[in-house]
Ligand binder design. Structure first.
Ligand code: GBH
Length: 489
């Protein structure tokens, strides 16, 4: 070890005794801070980078029967025995509906400048379409005002999976084009009510997930196991709904707004970072998102998708493809993990997915393989393929087997490890000029984790569900430092 390095280490070791969140001028000139600056220098994020956090209506709100809220497919599904771990449901969840002011204070303490939340369609249209519930938007009006009063920008998602049950009963939910139309109408109605203050909109959260888990595998609401052809048609109707919503939001907004999407675009990561594997990973990313991000960006299904689907391909018109590909103002990517890809000239598509060995590390959720590079390659592939639009990471985070220790604290060192590595890769993209503009950490607090119920915790704040107490975890302190310094550390 050289002298310089050894001196650097000594300084860094001294940091452990320092208080968090010190940013005074005096502090900035201390030798300890010099050490941090030296380390952080190349991990600095662009100025104006938007640090945020995210939740979704059914996962946090509770108040399932209040103020005229209708029933969603997730109420029905979670109240069906055997569907959710421990038969849990979102009737109360984090009681965010009543505790939103306190939750905005948690955001304030973190220092986030953006909050991504979702609007519960059945609160606004209990029947899915038809007459709006006059009390439906009241909660979101209160929430938005509270956010703005605290200097936090609202980023609203219109569909995070809580489809009004009547639309499921009538036409089979997304199996019907009527649902796509109803979604457009609902989106326009909400935009006209909130867009004087909400300027940033996401239409749909994660097509692949609610279509495949809901309609193919039956593990999410509405719990169906349909044929390939019917699933493909539902997926098509969902992207059509997205396009109709983009147009409706713009048509009915008060003043200028920005509209995008929050998609679980699956990310191919080059198995080794050589030009041929990089090209292969980009191509794999394009093909593996053929039914969502790719058709939205390109206005057509890829040849490979249509060939593979054969007679099971969805039915659609050229006019629908135009609606689906209505240009967006920004792209939101929910990225948790990635899959490895290698160039393979023996395959017609020119690439092969490399399966991971059993020993590949994952976080508390078994699906959540540790793949920090996905936060570099995701934005980079997207901007390379589809132009230099602003990109937001609309979700990233992880589950941990958090427990509250005797001192009341939660030491989620694994989440800190995860965030440090992922943010380093995101910073790499930003510093290379990939237009990443912001990052929403999933999630502000532990919440109803869909089919896993309350057994998997993704929050920066630990929630004691018996008392509704929120406790900042070690990762909350970590994220606060990242935000304060605008740098990974
Ligand atoms: C996000 O989806 C959701 O938007 C958010 O609501 C959720 O809380 C968060 O992730 C954490 O899960 O168990 O094998 O069936 C992320 C993508 C895809 C992750 C489906 C879970 C289930 C895999 N999700 N996946 S499996």
């Amino acid at each position: 070890m050289s002298d310089i390095t050894r001196r650097g280490f000594t300084k860094l070791a001294g940091l452990a005794t320092m208080q968090p969140a010190m940013a005074s001028a005096a502090f900035m000139t201390s030798p300890e801070e010099d050490a941090v600056q030296a380390v952080a220098g190349d991990r600095q994020f662009p100025k104006d980078f938007l640090w945020g956090t995210a939740t979704a209506s059914y996962q946090v709100e509770g108040a399932a029967k209040e103020d005229g809220r209708g029933v969603s497919v997730w109420d029905t599904f979670s109240h069906t025995p055997g569907k959710v771990v421990n038969d849990a449901n979102g009737d109360v969840a984090d009681d965010h509906y009543h505790r939103y002011k306190q939750d905005v204070q948690l955001m304030q303490a973190l220092g986030v400048k953006g909050y991504r939340f979702s609007i519960a369609w059945p609160r606004v249209f209990p029947g899915g379409s038809g007459a709006p519930n006059p009390k439906g938007l009241d909660f979101y009006n209160r929430l938005v005002d509270e956010l703005l009063a605290n200097g936090i920008q609202p980023y609203a998602t219109l569909y995070h999976w809580d489809l009004p049950q009547p639309l499921q009963d009538k036409g089979g939910g997304w199996e019907s084009r009527e649902t796509a139309k109803a979604f457009g109408d609902y989106a326009g109605h909400v935009a006209s009510g909130l867009s004087d203050r909400v300027k940033d909109w996401f239409t749909v959260n994660e097509f692949w997930v609610f279509i495949n888990l809901g309609y193919r595998f039956g593990t999410h609401a509405p719990g169906l196991k349909l044929s390939n052809a019917r699933v493909n048609q539902a997926a098509h109707n969902a992207v059509l709904g997205h396009g109709l919503a983009v147009q409706a939001i713009r048509a009915r907004a008060k003043g200028s707004v920005r509209v995008g999407i929050a998609d679980s675009t699956s990310i191919g990561v080059p198995v080794i970072e050589t030009p041929e594997h990089i090209a292969a990973a980009q191509q794999a990313t394009r093909e593996s998102n053929a039914q969502a991000m790719t058709v939205i960006q390109e206005g057509k299904y890829t040849d490979k998708f249509l060939r593979d689907a054969g007679a099971d391909a969805p039915k659609y018109t050229a006019e629908e493809l135009k609606i689906i590909s209505t240009p967006l103002d920004f792209i939101g990517l929910n990225i948790y993990t990635g899959y490895f890809v290698a160039a393979d000239s023996s395959k017609p598509e020119g690439y092969a997915v490399v399966a991971n060995p059993k020993s590949y590390p994952h976080m508390a959720s078994s699906w959540l393989n540790v793949c920090p590079e996905s936060l570099y390659w995701g934005p980079r592939h997207v901007s390379k393929m589809w132009g230099n639009k602003p990109i937001y990471i609309t979700e990233n985070g992880c589950s941990s087997s958090d427990i509250q220790e005797k001192d009341g604290k939660v030491y989620d060192t694994d989440r800190v490890m995860y965030l440090r590595n992922y943010l380093t890769q995101l910073g790499r993209a930003a510093n290379e000029g990939v237009p990443v503009r912001g990052y929403f950490l999933w999630s502000l607090m532990d919440n109803f984790e869909w089919a896993d119920g309350y057994t998997n915790r993704f929050g920066l704040h630990y929630v004691d569900y018996a008392t509704q107490t929120r406790t900042p975890k070690l990762s909350a302190n970590y994220y606060r430092e990242v935000i304060a310094r605008n740098s990974v550390l």
